[in-house]
Design a binder for this molecule. Structure first.
Ligand SMILES: [Zn+2]
Length: 418
């Protein structure tokens, strides 16, 4: 594997591509700044998607826009290699009215969304230009572009849609996300819910004895907070938001809470999910039972048939999964990074677009783009473009290590099922 990557890296074609990427550095930064000014909150990416499509077309590529506004092109290989889908996400965590004003401090450029993930979108374009400039023909096919819906409310809808239609056509997946040199080989899965407790509501004094949705939710939270989750594989839970009630002297008609459960193990995720649902049902039952005596009292001045009702609405579902350092795709990334003198500082698990392919058993990694960044998901997000072209070179080498370079090196990523 190391030998093949060395041959690839030292080939005239790859050297030409590397030199091109270096010379393209200014252009890549200019495109980063052009794209970042187009607001693209999750589920509102259309404008940025259309603009990205136009930029791809400017480079001479034929572009497909799918039904959810993912955009990509297919670069056909010389044959018989794996198909790798490489992408970066169009959406950001910033609502559409967030001011996207550029500010510079030394080398740092501040704009919300600049590093996560706008810079990586521009790097994808630089990779596409390098492929043309150095006339690189892959052995396997490359599907390259940009996708929607990675961040919170997007619920991975872009990549989810892509794999719903193309899972059997893809042998490997790379998402370029954020800056730095760590790689992500595992998928932290999550299940998210809005839980709503309701009852008729009434006067705190006059209707005393009536079931109380807020009390039921309090019970549920108390039970949830006593749940136990394994540290390995890491599994976590949190009630993040509670809402409800109208006044201090009213039994509320309804209240709700938002629940987040995460794990790198799909099995543990589902186990904890079942426990959480038990806690909610137990809380409802206990709250309904609690007022039995008051309901049977001759002094009951309220609707004695009323009981707490609960709805558990799923608002997020990201599948989990883990790969190991021995998996081909992980070894290829590691060797390709080492070939350009980068030692990967960690191989962790996170919640990224790679969750979907990993959960489907399709080899996938999330790698970072070039440069440095900070304050991700914060309006003070910044990007430092110093030597950022090195990241683009790393991505190109990783990609062609996987798919092979026609006439130069074989594909290292196996075709699935072979
Ligand atoms: Zn991201």
């Amino acid at each position: 594997m190391k030998r093949t990557i060395d041959i690839l890296k030292n080939s005239d074609k790859m050297k030409k591509a590397f030199a091109f990427i270096h010379s393209d550095d200014e252009n890549t930064l200019a495109q980063t700044l052009e794209l970042v000014k187009i607001p693209a909150f999750s589920n509102c990416e259309k404008k940025r998607s259309e603009h990205f499509r136009a930029l791809m077309e400017n480079e001479g590529y034929e572009v497909i826009t799918d039904e959810v506004d993912n955009v990509y092109t297919i670069i056909r290989g010389s044959g018989c290699g794996p198909t790798v889908y490489i992408t970066a996400h169009l959406d950001t965590v910033f609502p559409m009215d967030t001011p996207l004003i550029e500010r510079r401090e030394g080398e740092k450029i501040f704009v919300p969304g600049i590093s996560d993930d706008t810079r990586c979108l521009a790097e994808i374009l630089s990779v596409m230009r390098a492929i043309k400039a150095a006339e690189l023909t892959p052995v396997g096919d490359i599907i390259i572009g940009a996708n929607v819906g990675e961040e919170g409310l997007g619920n991975l809808r872009g990549v989810r849609n892509f794999f719903r239609n193309n899972a059997d056509k893809v042998d490997g997946f790379i998402t370029v996300d954020g800056a730095g040199t760590g790689i992500c080989i595992g998928a932290v899965g999550s299940l998210r819910y809005k839980v709503t407790f309701s009852g008729p509501g009434g006067h705190s004094n006059g209707a005393f004895g009536l079931v109380n949705p807020i009390h039921a939710m309090g019970r549920a939270i108390a039970y949830i907070s006593e749940m136990r989750a394994p540290q390995e594989p890491r599994t976590t839970f949190c009630v993040g938001v509670v809402e409800g009630g109208t006044s201090v002297n009213s039994i509320a008609g309804s209240c709700s809470m938002l629940m987040d459960i995460r794990s790198v193990s799909q099995e543990e995720l589902l186990k904890l999910d079942a426990k959480f649902k038990e806690c909610v049902q137990k809380a409802v039952k206990d709250e309904n039972d609690r007022w039995e005596e008051e309901r049977n009292s001759p002094f009951a001045h309220f609707d004695t048939s009323a009981r707490i009702e609960v709805t558990i609405e799923e608002i997020g579902n990201r599948p989990a999964g883990m790969q190991t350092e021995n998996d081909d795709i992980v070894r290829i990334v590691k060797e390709a990074y080492e070939a350009v003198g980068v030692t990967i500082p960690y191989m962790g698990a996170a919640s990224t677009d790679a969750n979907i392919p990993i959960s489907l058993g399709i080899p996938a990694v999330a790698v970072s783009g070039g440069g440095k960044s900070g304050n991700a998901h914060n309006v003070e997000e910044w990007f430092d473009p110093t030597d950022a072209y090195l990241g683009v070179q790393r991505i190109l080498l990783t990609l062609f290590s996987m798919v092979g370079l026609s006439g130069v090196s074989e594909a290292l990523l196996p075709v699935r099922g072979k």
